[in-house]
Design a protein around this ligand. Structure first.
Ligand code: ARG
Length: 549
């Protein structure tokens, strides 16, 4: 039951403009208030008189009382009904008949899964979960960087210096080694680049041997990424990457030609975007090779046909802002009416200041190492704080990984963020572990309680209870907000407030030692509802909730 909506319905019956309804500045003035000044002219009465005449017209079971207070009409909602409604509410499942495509994570194969890809993965996944919760059909696309001249280089390096066994065992580390070696050698011998370019050209025209090596490198990379995705609780509906769109590029270029968008510039084909204050969008290089933007144009057209999306969303770091502006503009100029439904969701850079993770030359950040380090640190904390805990390893994994995800998602995505272990893992700070800990605490109280009484919700009058209940009532609208702004941080911050309010409530309101059993039962049900919100909320950030920690 939405009380505001109910009051609005009553206002409509009296033909009172509903936008007048306000939340009063303090609870003594009721839960909602109607100022009567704006009605004076029309009704030709003083606001005080209007309030008095309206007062007896508002009657409903959920209204404790309606009071005329000077020029205001104040509505007081029955506390028992209010509390019961919120505490016992069930989340309803909507279904919206619209598809949303989210392109996220999208690492470049043969290379380590970088931090930008980590952020894209977590932010994109949460945006997917939020929309799914709201009832949309969501299609998760991993637009792998699996095409381009780097394959010519890698195939050359592999055939020249590669060892199949090493590559199978630790694909990405060893491919990276080959890549580095290639660049070192190419500095000495410039003929290598021509050879690599030739190999890539042959690959593009269908050379079988090269094609099978391409597939091998791609498959091995994916297999390794898959471990990371499992740990992060992420999966995809499609892994169609850049290579998938190769066969569609001819048609894409024809479409641009048909719309008279292409210009020749030093042998290359471009779309001139001067008019829009944007650098030209390069479509085809002078050697005939197509590029990233061309494949993105083809991919967007394919996605519209295949999924008939309502929104087509891309999650990448803000260094790609220009790229998305350019190619969205090209879609618009090609008269594709749905160009306006393509949305780039940019995010800031994640910065590390940690010995093993510096980006110093030659040192690459391996995400697996970051995750392992986090889990190890949590293991140490558990050993100190709760050595008897069962399933230590599994729980440490849930906390260690949850901590990193939460740290990322609790910051406004557009800002750069600094990665600091002590802050990320602080069990009493504004962190994932703090919320998980609060969840475990709620679970533990509920396990201990043996109370079969009937709850008396009207007894929940402590301000700490009222604040928590009010905050709980904002859960669904918070999710809508977070989804609308494509900002998981809105939900993350909300969950922090819930955890903080809950802990304040639990400090001032006894539960297991409360003598009044019907009050204790109402409090237990409030705890159970809070626990449910924490679980559901964290699950929308892809963070798990151990029952004990
Ligand atoms: N592979 C790209 C990169 O790592 C990200 C791809 C994003 N998606 C897209 N459709 N352009 O920078």
């Amino acid at each position: 039951m939405d009380f505001k909506k109910e009051i609005i319905n009553l206002l409509k019956k009296e033909k009172i403009p509903i936008e007048l309804l306000q939340a009063p500045p303090n609870p003594e003035m009721g839960d909602y208030a109607l100022p009567c000044f704006p009605l004076a002219k029309q009704l030709k009465k003083s606001p005080v008189e209007i309030a008095k005449t309206l007062q007896p017209k508002f009657k409903a079971k959920f209204l404790e009382k309606v009071e005329a207070n000077g020029p205001y009409l104040n509505f007081y909602i029955n506390k028992e009904i209010y509390n019961k409604t919120i505490i016992e509410s069930k989340t309803k499942k909507n279904k919206i008949n619209k598809s949303i495509v989210i392109d996220f994570s999208s690492p470049n194969v043969m290379k380590p899964f970088g931090l930008a890809h980590l952020r894209s993965t977590m932010i994109g996944n949460s945006i997917h979960l939020l929309h799914k919760h709201l009832g949309y059909k969501v299609i998760r696309v991993n637009h792998l960087g699996d095409w381009g001249t780097q394959f010519g280089k890698m195939i050359y390096a592999y055939l020249e210096w590669g060892n199949p066994k090493d590559i199978e065992k630790e694909p990405i580390k060893n491919m990276l080694k080959l890549y580095v070696k290639y660049h070192k050698e190419a500095e000495k011998d410039s003929s290598l680049d021509d050879k690599a370019r030739k190999i890539f050209a042959d690959l593009e025209s269908g050379n079988k041997k090269y094609r099978s090596l391409w597939k091998k490198f791609r498959d091995l990379s994916l297999k390794e990424y898959d471990k990371t995705y499992k740990r992060l609780n992420v999966s995809f509906d499609s892994f169609s990457g850049e290579a998938f769109y190769e066969p569609m590029l001819k048609d894409t270029i024809s479409l641009l030609k048909k719309n008279k968008l292409l210009e020749e510039s030093e042998g290359a084909l471009i779309v001139n975007l001067d008019k829009y204050n944007l650098a030209p969008c390069l479509i085809q290089k002078s050697d005939g090779a197509t590029i990233y933007a061309t494949r993105d144009i083809a991919a967007a057209i394919y996605r519209k046909k295949e999924y008939n999306f309502h929104k087509n969303i891309y999650v990448t770091d803000n260094r790609q802002n220009l790229h998305f502006q350019q190619f969205f503009k090209v879609l618009e100029l090609a008269k594709l009416s749905w160009a306006k439904d393509c949305i780039h969701i940019p995010f800031g850079i994640m910065k590390f200041n940690d010995g093993i993770m510096s980006t110093r030359k030659g040192k690459v950040i391996f995400l697996e190492e970051v995750l392992d380090k986090s889990v190890d640190k949590v293991k140490k904390i558990i050993k100190e704080k709760n050595p008897k805990l069962k399933n230590k390893d599994k729980i440490a994994e849930q906390i260690g990984i949850g901590a990193i995800i939460f740290w990322d998602l609790s910051h406004d995505r557009v800002k750069d963020i600094q990665f600091e272990w002590d802050l990320i893992l602080d069990f009493s700070g504004e962190t994932g572990p703090y919320i998980q800990y609060t969840y475990a605490r709620a679970s533990s109280i509920l396990r201990k309680a043996k109370n079969k009484s009937k709850p008396s919700y009207e007894k929940l009058t402590n301000p700490k209870e009222a604040e928590l209940i009010k905050l709980i009532s904002d859960f669904e609208s918070t999710i809508e907000n977070a989804a609308q702004q494509y900002k998981p941080s809105v939900l993350a911050k909300y969950l922090l407030s819930i955890a903080q309010r809950f802990n304040e409530f639990y400090q001032s309101c006894p539960v297991l030692n409360e003598e009044d059993k019907s009050l204790a039962k109402a409090r237990l049900n409030l705890i159970s509802k809070t626990r449910e919100i924490l679980k559901e909320g964290l699950s929308l950030l892809a963070i798990s909730t151990p029952e004990e920690m």
